[in-house]
Design a protein around this ligand. Sequence first.
Ligand code: PMP
Length: 410
Amino acid sequence: SAPLDVERIREDFPILEREFDGNRVVYLDNAATTQTPNQVIDAISDYYRTTNANVHRGIHHLSQEASIHYEEAHDTLAAFVGASGGREEMVFTKNTTEAENLVAYAWGLNELEEGDEVVLTEMEHHASLVTWQQIAKKTGATVRYIRITEEGKLDMNHARELIGPDTRMVSVVHVSNALGTINPVGELADLAHEQDALIFVDGAQAVPNRPVDVESIDADFYAFSGHKMAGPTGIGCLYGKKSILEEMEPFLYGGEMIRKVEFEDSTWNDLPWKYEAGTPLIAQGIALDRAVEYLEGIGMDRIRAHEEWLTEYALERLGAFDDIEIYGPPEAENRGGLVGFNLDGVHAHDMASIMNDHAVAIRAGDHCTQPLHDKLGVAASARASFYLYNTREEVDKLVEAVDDARQLFA
Ligand code: PMP
């Protein structure tokens, strides 16, 4: 049976009640964004009803309360990913993409020069691939890509070959949003550190559905997005080792991030505020704190078990057809909770559109991994992705819709 009491959990997510043409929505687009439980929706509205004020500067009660809750949210998020430095190691950004850009601009633009290398993987999301590519162009550094194997895993021999004395930064996705592959980020961190390089881990698809410990990985930076973990849109997180965040230049300049400003020069605020210029994501941060409480109340180990249970079933059901190609590793235990696939002769967009006729929400496209799709030799793939409220019956509905697509197009 299901590792989670899904019936109970679904009561927390009002959107799952929605129907289209008499069909209850089957939401399998969780890798793009997850749904929001009442607890988090209430945290947002409670904040605006009771506490709304700007933070840090205020002497009045509302500002003090907002500041405490906002600042404590950093501690919660730090603890959630195992950062023992607390708030000083946890910067709130707009999303994972902004976290990537923060490091690429603040560190990369200042540190990289000709002859330096940045090592990525062929399965990087555009958030990291395009960012480092462009920073490399500006600095004269070179970007190298760790190859993937036939099964969609990283070729670790190639990783050992590529990560060398010229490597300054290794930026890798923890769980691929296109292949589902779980990458050995701890091993990659060791390879980077042996060469005195830093490692940035994109955890956008990892933090929502498994326990993550940035310190046991020994990541220098680790990023993720609130909207993929039952939290609100508009907030992401950047963990960074305190010693590195202290040394690094700021990314954005302005209010809140300064200590002393003179006409000629300025100095920077304490961590993490040095990296949070302007009025920050106050409501979002407080609501994300509530999302973490929600997820921890259920248990990250159990969420992971549930996701694997659904993925195993989806692989088994979709894998039963000769005319379906599934991307990524064949075993559910080596994957995150998503399955990318194509049905012979049917474009992924047509597939998603037929799914939509059944009120099954999936994603079709290149999933912000165009070079990876070029390598796979397809323009697009269909992707079903699961979260704690999904059921095996919903996977059955997905397969029914695939059958329908086969009838229509074959
Ligand atoms: N990296 C990965 C692996 C992702 O799946 C995503 C979201 N699709 C991102 C980065 C970017 O996240 P965001 O759009 O929240 O910045």
